[in-house]
Ligand binder design. Structure first.
Ligand code: SF4
Length: 411
């Protein structure tokens, strides 16, 4: 079905024509990106305001850069999400997942409960489990370690991608350990990588409104930097489409890019649209979220240009956008389709309706349908062949990585 959005993204004018039809300022920025020049905050702010012919040129430019930098393969991971508790005291205004411990819908899975879900993930072919939970004030800081040990004892080859910087901060404080000490314990218990979530917008003014108890920018950077230094790579994310300004988005992405230059530890960048319907932020009238569509394509294309030379893997989010719109973002700079998930609670609680599970066959079909090559990967972008064997990760950044070799886990 053709829509104005399809017409915009699939505009059949050649790139040269699109550039010629764009405004002089937009064309200048796109030309510099095509020539591998690093774009600055002011460039980013301009790109985030593009519309019409300028936006069409931005999207096509991102697609051309994607093809040049990472080719036509689109990767995905067979994984399972496990959100083991929805009890949380932090009170983020954008979150409809968390509940008070006395809420009738509150749950707090035991390690045995989690192990059942992990076994289900393995039975369904997962190479990764992704685990994040609420910040439950009754939870012991060493629960994180004990959970890792229990899983790794039974499934030593399974990759565990778990614990946001917010959870790391909480666990370290509960155990009176430094971030380095706590992360080292988790790494040695079998943690493979950490999600670069709890980032939202890395701007303390925005964070004060969204969630004043949440990990602040300096702490988020400190925890992620420390994880990378310990050989624990991470994803990186942004949540857009709420109270933030284009400048705050541009500064967030530049901060991520600068951090990547120092550590080389990010595997990917994942823009996540704010899903608002059931959140306090929306119910209290603090936000008037823009309609999905153009905003998403502008965000993905902008990210591909801003991160050129730093982070190669740009992941679309089918759980936020829906499978069909996500498929179209593969024409706007994305080269990764994310995971099968199997279970998803956070976006669903906020009013998202894209579902919880996208089977591998459906992901492959969507990628093939848009003319690209589906490739199963592991968490760190190593390719997994049809026999299930993993091959070396291609890494998340261009050029050599200063990331240290990961010491062997002891558990
Ligand atoms: S986003 Fe995370 S920390 Fe914030 S309220 Fe929800 S579960 Fe708690």
């Amino acid at each position: 079905m053709s829509t104005p959005l399809h017409d915009l993204v699939l505009d059949d004018r050649p790139l040269d024509r699109l550039l010629a039809d764009a405004s002089q300022e937009t064309r200048g920025i796109l030309d510099r990106a095509l020539n591998r020049e690093e774009l600055g905050v002011e460039d980013g702010i301009h790109l985030l305001g593009t519309e019409g012919d300028d936006l069409a040129a931005l999207i096509r430019c991102a697609d051309a850069i994607r093809r040049e930098d990472v080719g036509d393969e689109v990767t995905y991971v067979v994984n399972r999400n496990i959100n083991w508790t929805n009890i949380c005291f932090v009170g983020c205004q954008f979150c409809a997942f968390a509940v008070h411990r006395k809420d009738p819908n509150a749950y707090n899975h035991s390690i045995d409960d989690v192990l059942v879900k992990v076994q289900d993930a393995i039975d369904r072919g997962a190479s990764e489990v992704c685990m994040q939970g609420g910040i439950n004030p009754e939870s012991d800081g060493m629960f994180y370690r004990d959970l890792l040990i229990a899983i790794k004892e039974r499934h030593p080859k399974l990759h565990i991608h778990a614990f946001s910087p917010m959870e790391i901060m909480y666990g370290a404080r509960r155990t009176n350990l430094s971030y380095r000490e706590f992360l080292t314990i988790l790494r040695d218990a079998g943690l493979g990588t950490i999600p670069g979530t709890a980032a939202e917008i890395l701007d303390d003014d925005v964070r004060e409104i969204l969630s004043h108890k949440k990990v602040d920018v300096a702490t988020w950077v400190d925890i992620v930097t420390t994880a990378h230094e310990l050989g624990l790579r991470s994803s990186s994310t942004i949540m857009y489409g709420h109270i933030e300004t284009p400048e705050q988005i541009a500064r967030h992405v530049v901060l991520i890019r600068d951090l990547q230059k120092r550590t080389g530890g990010f595997t990917e960048f994942v823009p996540l649209r704010f899903i608002h319907t059931l959140t306090e932020l929306y119910k209290r009238g603090l936000v008037d979220p823009p309609k999905g569509g153009e905003i998403d394509f502008r965000m993905y294309a902008f990210s591909r240009l801003m991160l050129r030379g730093s982070i190669d893997n740009l992941q679309t989010s089918w759980v936020k956008l829906g499978a069909e719109l996500s498929q179209l973002t593969l024409k706007a700079g994305c080269n990764d389709f994310g995971g099968t998930l199997m279970e998803e609670s956070i976006t669903k609680s906020a009013g998202g309706d894209a579902g919880e599970y996208l089977p591998e066959e459906e992901i492959r079909r969507l990628i093939l349908e848009i003319g690209r090559i589906p490739v199963q990967r592991n968490t760190t972008y190593g390719r997994i062949d049809s026999e299930g064997a993993a091959h070396h990760g291609v890494g998340g950044r261009s050029g050599s990585s200063p990331l240290p070799a990961r010491p062997a886990a002891t558990a």
